[in-house]
Design a protein around this ligand. Structure first.
Ligand SMILES: [Zn+2]
Length: 114
């Protein structure tokens, strides 16, 4: 689960905790907090790296392998791995990547006359 950072909207009125900002672990689906759980003053969510990274594509062992294949120009290897991983993890970004790698490997889906 990602960590989100919050900070007081009006630091002058708020408690020490939200004045300095605090981090809290939330599910992605959970709505953003609008009030500090301590002093009930308004707070706003800060956008920062961890949340963004988790939403996009976390760097896994498989990602690293795919990247390695891509670096070496082994497009079909990269594509197959990305494809498999996309199926397993339901990750859209990997599906797209697999398609791109397949294309680079010489498979041209657009020109198939099936
Ligand atoms: Zn507070």
């Amino acid at each position: 689960m990602p960590t989100y950072a919050y900070q007081a909207v009006n630091p002058g009125k708020s408690c020490d905790r939200c004045q300095q900002g605090f981090e809290i672990i939330q599910r992605i689906a959970e709505p953003a907090l609008i009030r500090c759980p301590h002093c009930k003053n308004p707070i706003s969510r800060l956008l920062f790296a961890p949340a963004v990274v988790i939403k996009g594509s976390p760097m896994t062992e498989t990602d690293r392998k795919i990247k390695g294949y891509e670096k070496e120009g082994k497009w079909s290897h990269a594509a197959e791995l990305a494809d498999k991983e996309a199926e397993k993890t339901k990750r859209e970004d990997l599906k797209v990547r697999a398609l791109e790698d397949y294309k680079k490997a010489g498979y041209d889906f657009d020109k198939h006359d099936t």
